[in-house]
Design a protein around this ligand. Sequence first.
Ligand code: TYD
Length: 137
Amino acid sequence: MKNLIETINFKPLGDRRGHLVSLEHTLGAVPFEIKRVYYLFDTKPGVIRGLHAHKSLQQIAICVKGSCRFVLDDGFQRQEILLDSSTKGIYIQSMIWREMHDFSDDCVLLVLASEIYDEEDYIRDYQMFLNIIRKDQ
Ligand code: TYD
């Protein structure tokens, strides 16, 4: 079974005052040039977010506070992971369906993206996603 979930552990630069994580494309942990950063917060109980794939966008998602459960789906299998650490991220390649569930009240989900926002890059219909994936096989 192919591993859909690529986790990345970030090195915390800590000292006695606390911790800091710095993410730069040139330092190796981020495999693309970062063109956009956004974060999800204050997600209401029971809400499922995501529910889309991207044609070409690559992303890294990090729960910098709290936790949420990520489901990734490549059209053939689904895998999930609990993101609950500010030093662990997941790398999400293009053409992966993603869903985010079970947001904790305090969850802040930070996302690094390889492109600026483009609604044309979204596939928001699961059946359409499957059709595209299966056509390419
Ligand atoms: P969406 O990507 O659907 O959110 P989710 O993370 O739940 O999948 O985005 C929600 C709304 O915000 C949608 O109207 C598009 C808009 N949006 C932007 O304008 N810029 C962005 O960078 C992002 C990520 C979303």
